[in-house]
Design a protein around this ligand. Structure first.
Ligand code: ADP
Ligand code: ASP
Ligand code: MG
Length: 406
């Protein structure tokens, strides 16, 4: 029999009746003789509500205390599921992140898992307990509670699966697999049966939030097969595995969008050596990830520079740049958060020309203005106005021949 790690996302545990359904699903796997470790998210909307409370309490919530607060969302669902399982006559135990020996660095709000002990879980499993672990959380070596970034329960699940050398990690969510585009905004998206770790890494890094990117990194590193499927049906989902999928033959294999983008522009920056370093070093020191960067051509010894950061870091990044602008003598700093990044992805792009022009023409036909562009060997991304996101995704999906045949 197998060791199965099952992770249930926010919508799957949105209320007690859904957690009861989760209990039934877990029991089914357990009754077949498998060892089962369950990782839970907070109830849908709870993490956002907790962030709202913190912002109500403080203009700039202390990052350590914010993590203590956010971790309660997952603590609630883990306790409720363990309680239900025990009521149903099963041996079960809930564990918080640190009790499950999830050790992270001390980057509050976006901590990385350094190691997972797994001893306590193994002991409990050998006694045929069903283990319910609160996802999204761990503790640093000093015992401070940390959280793993939005969507982090996926990473908890895959990392725990790796630490326990599990046979499979099942990710139960509100869609029945991984699609060629987000099925919630692109009705013609096609379900992908098998996808390779590398392809999923690309999709996740460009906004397909169905799996947190770090979870895919763990899955690849430790070769853990991941099955993404619906908690509301028995249907087979998508396998994320270490092999080349048929998708790789396609020039474009998927379209993604990312609403978690904000842009900051520094106007009339002196065009001198060392200025870019002055602009970006403090951003890096603040742990903020910069995605796209565009620098205009020099006019009169000055240039404009625009870059994007995650929406959640926008205010911090803007504050930092306002100070930097004064020290380097830039004329102005401004930005906006009403933008989105749409990307087309495909390993087949390496050997094909014309993908960019097809993409730009498709967007132009819909009158969608492209604000920024970035490319790599296997993807093209455009920043557009947020309100055009759905239209852009659908049009690109059709343009690159990905639409499902009904
Ligand atoms: P959970 O709460 O279960 O972790 P998430 O909301 O984090 O669920 O992830 C599932 C969502 O990911 C889906 O509802 C869907 O809108 C979104 N999504 C984005 N891109 C894709 C894709 N290519 N395939 C499937 N789902 C996608
Ligand atoms: N509850 C956390 C979030 O909303 C983690 C997760 O659901 O994976 O981001
Ligand atoms: Mg998620």
């Amino acid at each position: 029999m197998a060791l199965i790690v099952q992770k249930f996302g926010g919508t799957s545990v949105a209320d007690v009746s859904r957690i009861r359904n989760v209990a039934k699903r877990v029991i089914k796997a357990y009754d077949q003789g498998n060892d089962v470790v369950v990782i839970l998210s907070a109830m849908a909307g709870v993490t956002d509500r907790l962030i709202g409370l913190a912002n109500e309490a403080s203009g700039a919530p202390d990052r350590r205390e914010l993590d203590v607060l956010l971790a309660t969302g997952e603590q609630t669902t883990a306790a409720l599921l363990a309680m239900l399982l025990k009521d149903m006559g099963y041996k079960a135990q809930s564990l918080l992140g640190h009790q499950a020996e999830v050790v992270t660095d001390c980057e509050y709000g976006n901590a990385r898992i350094l190691e997972i002990g797994g001893e306590r879980i193994r002991r409990l499993i050998s006694d045929r307990n069903i283990i319910v672990v609160a996802g999204f959380q761990g503790a640093d070596i000093k015992g401070n509670i940390t959280t793993l970034g939005r969507g982090g329960s996926d990473t908890s699940a895959v990392a725990i699966a790796a630490a326990l050398d599990a046979d499979i990690c099942e990710i139960y969510t509100d869609v029945d697999g991984i699609y060629t585009a987000d099925p919630n905004i692109c009705p013609k998206a096609r379900k992908i049966k098998v996808i390779s770790y590398d392809e999923m890494l690309n999709m996740a890094s460009l906004g397909a939030k169905v799996l947190q990117i770090r979870s895919v990194g763990f899955a690849k590193k430790y070769n853990i097969p991941v099955h993404v499927r619906s908690s509301f049906s028995e249907e087979e989902g998508t396998m994320v595995v270490n092999e080349d999928s048929a998708m790789e033959q396609l020039v474009v294999s998927g379209v993604t969008h990312d609403l978690n983008q904000a842009r900051i522009t520094l106007k009339k920056v002196p065009d001198q050596p060392g200025v870019a370093a002055k602009i970006f070093s403090p951003i890096a020191e603040a742990g903020i990830l910069v995605d796209m960067i565009i620098q205009n051509t020099r006019v009169g010894g000055q240039t404009d520079l625009t870059f994007t950061v995650p929406k959640g870091d926008y205010e911090r990044a803007l504050e930092i740049e306002k100070k930097i602008a004064q020290t380097i003598g830039a004329e102005d700093v401004f930005g906006d958060t009403d933008i989105a990044k749409v990307s087309v992805i495909g390993v087949g792009m390496k050997n094909h020309s014309g993908v960019a022009s097809l993409m730009f023409n498709a967007l132009a036909r819909e009158n969608i203005n492209i604000i920024m562009i970035s490319t790599s060997e296997i993807r093209i991304s455009c920043i557009i106005e947020e309100k055009y996101t759905e239209l852009a995704v659908r049009v690109l999906h059709t343009t690159f021949g990905l639409d499902r045949e009904d």
